[in-house]
Design a protein around this ligand. Sequence first.
Ligand code: 6CS
Length: 340
Amino acid sequence: MGKTQVKTLLCAMAGLALCTSAAIADEWKYVMEEGLTDPQGMYALKFKEEIEKNSDHTIKIYPVGSLGESTDAMEQVQAGLLQFIDQSPGYTGSMIPEAEAFLVPYLLPTSPKQVNYFFKNGKAVNEDFHKIYREHGLELLSMFPEGEQAVTTMKEFRSPKDLEGVKIRTMPSPLLLETYKAFGASPIAMGWSELIGALKTNMVDGQENPTIWIEAYGLDNLTKVLTYTGHNHYVTAVMANAEFYDGLSDKDKKLIQDASTKALDYILKEAANLDALGIGRIVRTNPGYKIVTLTADERKAFKARAVQVEKAFVKKAGERGQKIIDQMKADLATAAKEAK
Ligand code: 6CS
């Protein structure tokens, strides 16, 4: 029996006087991979605001670094020590292979409007992934983009050939390693906490992340060129421990679902501006930094290599992987029609 169910039972046994909402107010713990001013923090603060405005429950947020690496935090959520987590597929992918669908290059379009429509309305995100995450003890609440992935390197590149021998750091995801191998580079997977040191000591020559994050953590100061290859958006997911969630009253489940919807709508609206905000700050604070956008022609060579990454994804995630990719493509076709 969950903590909340025990409290409700005790409350009922002790009589109505103790059964005020204040008597069963809980503090829920929420861990994430980013700071309070980053996209995950913006979502988390909105979620907290909604929960605290509409109930006596409180949310304690644990930002990046406070509880170890993202994978450590996930263990604590699955063990029921924490109730909520924001973890990106780049970290979840080694546990849930299907989540790596979000890392297949050139699957998501570059248009933020279409991407937002896909996350808000798509069946894959809102139904299929919900079931898949459930199998791992997680109630999926929201998925959202944090901006287009940009690649920062020491030297300019225009083709997979230019990336030969270039050591690119990726999040600890098997499919991201496949991606950068296919793109011609020599990828090295590591957690966030190691990246800055690895760039400073030339253990790696580059990395990928959304522009807002590159600027916020000074990754532009550790590299020479930022390149938009158009190959993906940085995607993240917010979830709750499923056992905790199932033990809640219908009222509290609705509270969480409503807060998630509000936080998602808020972050999707903000997300459309994040790239412009990030690049604007880089241009102002680091005027010598080179910004490259690969042309449609230059992208062709990377797109051609993305085909083998999608195949590698399906090989690993099997029939279900194929089904989820097909559904994502169908959802994206609808998004292209509906979100012009
Ligand atoms: O590169 C990473 O590992 C980090 N990137 C972002 C945008 N968020 C958190 C994650 O740890």
